[in-house]
Design a protein around this ligand. Structure first.
Ligand code: ATP
Ligand code: MG
Length: 140
């Protein structure tokens, strides 16, 4: 995958609370172009695979329960310096620490229910995008 792309999920809390439109608007307004998008739901085993690097951490089970608990929106976003700029846009993992104006500050309610995921490297962006999308679902 090209290195000017990142992968995001609008987590179950965002979908349940009706925040899909507002979050996508913020993403667009921040200069990211959506090149792939879908509404889907992960099984627990899908979620365990997606977050497998976290499997030995104490919060893993809670994270998996939550991510698999309802529909999510997955998307691939394009922008120069996409991975780093998107992490800045979403804000700290703990919304209590998130900077004003970030997506987590605006829409997240707790460390678990923190509204969005953003890839943490170009390599993981490529892995996560391939996990969720086939080639013909990704557009220029
Ligand atoms: P994400 O990968 O979802 O974008 P992140 O990169 O900010 O989040 P990670 O360290 O990758 O944070 O953790 C993945 C998810 O696990 C976090 O979004 C959060 O919901 C949960 N998490 C991380 N650290 C903790 C913690 N100390 N206690 C509880 N939950 C945590
Ligand atoms: Mg992460």
């Amino acid at each position: 995958m090209r290195t000017n792309r990142t992968f995001t999920m609008l987590k179950p809390d965002s979908v349940k609370q009706g925040n899909i439109g507002a979050i996508l608007e913020k993403i667009n307004a921040s200069g990211f172009k959506i090149v792939a998008i879908k509404l889907t739901q992960l099984s627990k085993s899908d979620a365990e695979n997606f977050y497998s690097t976290h499997k030995d951490l104490p919060f893993f089970e809670k994270l998996i329960e939550f991510i698999a608990s309802g529909p999510i929106v997955t998307a691939i976003l394009e922008k120069e310096n996409a991975v780093e700029d998107f992490r800045l846009l979403i804000g700290s993992t703990n919304p209590g620490d998130a900077v004003e104006g970030t997506i987590r500050k605006m829409f997240a309610s707790s460390m678990t229910q923190n509204a969005v995921h953003g890839s943490d490297s170009d390599e993981n962006a490529a892995i996560e995008s391939a996990f969720h999308f086939s080639k013909r679902e990704i557009f220029e």
